[in-house]
Design a protein around this ligand. Sequence first.
Ligand code: 5AD
Length: 347
Amino acid sequence: MDINELLKKENLKRHEIIYLLGLSDEKEINLLFDRADEVRRIYCGDEVHLRGIINFSNYCEQDCLYCGLRKSNKNITRYRMSPDEVVEVAHKFINKGIFTIVLQSGEDSFYDTDKIAYIIYSIKQKADVAITLSLGERDFEEYKTWKIAGADRYLIKHETANPKLYAALHENQKLTERLEHIRFLKEIGYQVGSGNMIGLPNQTLEDIADDILLCKEYELDMAAFGPFIPAPGTPWQNKKPGDVLLTLKTMAVARILLKDVHIPATTALATLDENGRIKGLKVGANVIMPDFTPSPYRENYQIYANRKCVKDNPDDCRSCLQLQIESIGRKVSNSRGDSLKLFNQAN
Ligand code: 5AD
């Protein structure tokens, strides 16, 4: 296949995606990365959106094989922040120039419909920020209530588009159900983000191609591709971590195919590679999601070990990231960074 011809195509077929993911020649990989960077510039511009995450509870009712928060992991210290504490942290970072707050936790029904609605409403009352929820699979009625309370976006990873692999990773959950949640969330007006993990045991390039195609099929507003990192205290603690280069290739192909979608340079990528964030921003990413959870909670949100920046003071995050972003000629966005799809459809 002629790589230059392939990279110019408007639409990539499944076998072409697989071919690009399998590239091993350095020159060809660089052509892929350059094209992804160009598509990012055309569709998203030079702005990088910072989405501030508050991991407000690490309790989880699920038992996913890869995740350190799984309920059978007795080796982590569990915590819950009070709703008022969450609101206070959110306002502190909003005042520092953050325009999206991501409320994230394990699947923890302690935070019922009303508690979450209270947090959303209280944050929104004082500031025009976007609120993203990342709470796992919840009741469809709750999704509706939280939308009315002011939530804008929902983050729910599909993890893998291979139904057999999905079933092997999740004791009580099925891919079809996860996809129903994604469909419903889109239907009722959330901007929806999903994505996969790269380097899951037995995962193939075909599976990863299907992950990218799933993001297209569901017209997702954000697509996150992050490497798997073995988590202590889980059945997969001794597995190999995902490959950084394959993650970067996946992000690049996704950018070329999905065009105006938001793509984050994930914390997992930055954990495996010192320069992961910058490398990600150069191959299609336009979003970074720093962790604003305060101490002493932040060190206990151990979905995997040695999470990047976990020991740093979140008060310094914004200026530290700004320096890094500006060092490669990009700039920190000072808008909410809503779905580019909504914008493109309206115009
Ligand atoms: N490595 C990488 N990502 C992980 N996640 C959970 N555990 C791991 C891990 N070991 C990601 C998954 C999940 C989210 C909570 O974090 O994508 O959806």
